[in-house]
Design a protein around this ligand. Structure first.
Ligand code: 1CP
Length: 343
């Protein structure tokens, strides 16, 4: 019987040689799966993230269907804020919406820190999941301070992050306090998941690509580094991911990642020299699943070949699964990657 010690995902994350190229997909659970839509019927998003039976079922769905090399915990980056009492909702077709956006130091001070007692349903769900998953590792995750701050300051999804950056540039004391608060919540949320049995973590800084390297280094990196440092003490591999981060990859590695996630815009062989002596994760264009299967798999082979120079390579899409994706195409992609010669 294989055990977690044999996991190709964990081997690649640690820079050891896996038995095949490991593969999982960001947003592998979710709207692309009919069984997800059925499980969620009549249940609001945040409610489903606080119900252990649903968390367990939805997290397992893509593992059952695809046989991917890792599960990602079903939750959302704003769930820890909800758990400490921030008035927010996840609106269908929109995303996270915050009732009272953060503006002042007093607003920041009003957000409580997170303790394990705030999220007993997370502990229960993770414990049950690791029992069910056996040899398949569970990835815990949290949103990185910048990306979560964007929702808190804008009040909802944003393209330009203009209010967020206005605070960053114009009210650095409020900004630092907010980033430190969110970072503490993210680290505590990750600690709960790892204490309950998660084998790795991913810090999602999805919107960090909106920043110049200079501003990332000054205003964001210290806070992400503090989260990664706290989690580093737990000894599990840490994946650090953002979108549009070509110019930030060296800093995202330096922030304390074991694995740097790369979006689809930069070939992995160009990314590898930038991330230092670290593993990489990625990075097939998520729209390639809509191409004919042979086109998709030919491009997947290019991704694997480009990843060979890395210390380790975990195959993934360059961002999350698009909801209209055909699950059968992801099943074929998984089989192709796992069967590709390891070299
Ligand atoms: O009703 C629904 O099904 C809502 C869709 C949905 C889902 C399935 C949302 C709303 N969140 C999630 C789950 C989720 N979110 C997961 C676990 C599922 C998996 O990966 O298999 C994860 C890891 C996230 C993380 C997340 N939420 C990120 C970072 C990852 C990324 O895609 O960049 C971000 C930015 C969010 C915010 C969010 N939550 C939901 C939406 C639609 C959004 C994006 C809104 C926007 O465009 O700003």
């Amino acid at each position: 019987m294989p055990t977690l010690a044999d996991s190709p995902f964990l081997a690649a994350a640690r820079g050891e040689k896996p038995s095949h190229t490991p593969v999982w997909f960001m947003r592998q659970a979710g709207r692309s799966l009919p069984e997800y839509r059925a499980a969620r019927e009549g249940v609001a998003m945040l409610e489903s993230c606080m119900t252990p039976e649903l968390i367990v079922e939805i997290t397992l769905q893509p593992v059952r269907r695809y046989g991917v090399d890792a599960a990602i915990f079903f939750s959302d980056i704003v769930l820890p804020l909800k758990a400490v009492g921030v008035d927010l909702d996840i609106k269908p077709g929109v995303g996270p919406v915050v009732a009272d956006p953060v503006e002042t130091l007093a607003d920041v001070a009003a957000i409580p820190d997170l303790t394990p007692d705030d999220v007993p349903f997370i502990t229960r769900a993770v414990q049950e999941l690791v029992g069910e998953l056996g040899a398949t590792p569970l990835i815990g995750f949290a949103g990185a301070p910048f990306t979560v701050a964007s929702y808190l300051v804008e009040g909802g999804p944003s393209k330009e992050h203009a209010r967020t950056k206005a605070m960053m540039f114009g009210a650095p004391d409020v900004w630092d306090a907010l980033m430190a608060k969110i970072g503490g919540i993210a680290a505590a949320f990750l600690e709960v998941q790892v204490a309950a049995g998660a084998s790795a973590i991913q810090l999602f800084d999805s919107w960090a690509g909106a920043l110049t390297p200079r501003d990332y280094r000054e205003f964001v990196m210290p806070h992400s580094a503090a989260v990664l440092d706290r989690v580093g003490r737990l000894g599990v591999p840490r994946i650090h991911f953002g979108v549009g981060t070509g110019s930030l990859l060296p800093l995202m590695g330096e922030a304390g990642a074991d694995v740097v996630g790369v979006d689809w815009r930069m070939p992995l062989d160009q990314a590898v020299p930038l991330v230092g002596d670290r593993a990489v994760q990625g990075n097939l264009d998520p729209t390639l699943v809509f191409a004919p299967t042979e086109v998709m798999t030919a491009r997947a082979a290019e991704v694997i070949e480009a990843g060979r120079s890395a210390r380790g390579h975990i195959f993934n899409l360059g961002h999350g699964v698009i909801p209209s994706t055909d699950p059968d195409q992801l099943a074929r992609l998984t089989e192709f990657v796992q069967g590709y010669p390891i070299g």
